[in-house]
Write a protein that binds this ligand. Structure first.
Ligand code: GSH
Length: 212
């Protein structure tokens, strides 16, 4: 299998964490977003959405980080990324989707580029935009985690799909200069997860294409 990735892509970061948690051996190919490699025809023919990540498995190309993670879960169910109880699974998926559907997409590079081009948003306005949506999303997640009595992980005593989505978003939040003091539970979970080799090894600064 080959993962098309970019060190700073938080969606690719999710997949890297899942691969590490499952101990899978997956080759990586860097698509340099900064140089626009994702917009080139060669990559567009692999992934018409022109985003990373994408996973090539034999003749099949898979897109969308959560679909890829589901596929990895089907191939290698251990360790499971979702708890067994339906209510708990829905909670974990809810946290994951709050990041993947409601925070991350509206702060994506192409959205920020469009704000600059079509609305004349300067760098300060674009940063304020990201900070606003991250703060709103994190406040809701923090409150949901508090209600559920979250400890060192979003759910239970080990990492789940929720942590896999949350930790890369914390990386994005820090890059955007988000004030994290209002989110003590998220900060605690981030700290616990980053102590795990599967998360630490997936971190952007540890990738071979970092600052290439
Ligand atoms: N929903 C997609 C999001 C993928 C995504 O947004 N990838 C970003 C990097 S994190 C990207 O390729 N952006 C290119 C662009 O915005 O032009 C997923 O979960 O895989």
């Amino acid at each position: 299998m080959k993962l098309f990735t970019y060190f700073r892509s938080s969606a690719a970061y999710r997949v890297r964490i899942a691969i590490n948690l499952k101990g899978m051996d997956v080759e990586q190919a860097s698509i340099q977003l900064r140089r626009g490699e994702h917009l080139a025809p060669a990559y567009g023919s692999l992934n018409p959405q022109r985003m990373v990540p994408a996973l090539l498995d034999g003749p099949n190309i898979l897109t969308q980080s959560l679909a890829i993670i589901d596929y990895l879960e089907d191939l290698r169910p251990e360790p499971p990324l979702l708890p067994p109880d339906p209510i708990d699974r829905a909670f974990v998926r809810g946290v994951a989707l709050a990041v993947a559907c409601d925070i991350h997409p509206i702060n994506n590079q192409r959205v920020l580029n469009h704000l600059a081009k079509s609305c004349g948003a300067d760098e300060g306005a674009r940063i304020a935009w990201s900070q606003h949506w991250i703060a709103e999303g994190f406040a809701a997640i923090e409150s949901a985690l508090a209600k559920r009595g979250a400890g060192n992980y979003c759910f239970g005593e080990g990492p789940t799909l929720a942590d896999i989505c949350l930790i890369p978003q914390v990386y994005n939040a820090e890059r955007a200069g988000t004030d994290m003091t209002a989110y003590p539970i998220i900060r605690r979970i981030n700290h616990t997860c980053m102590e795990l080799p599967a998360f630490a090894k997936a971190a952007p600064e540890r990738q071979p294409d970092a600052d290439a």
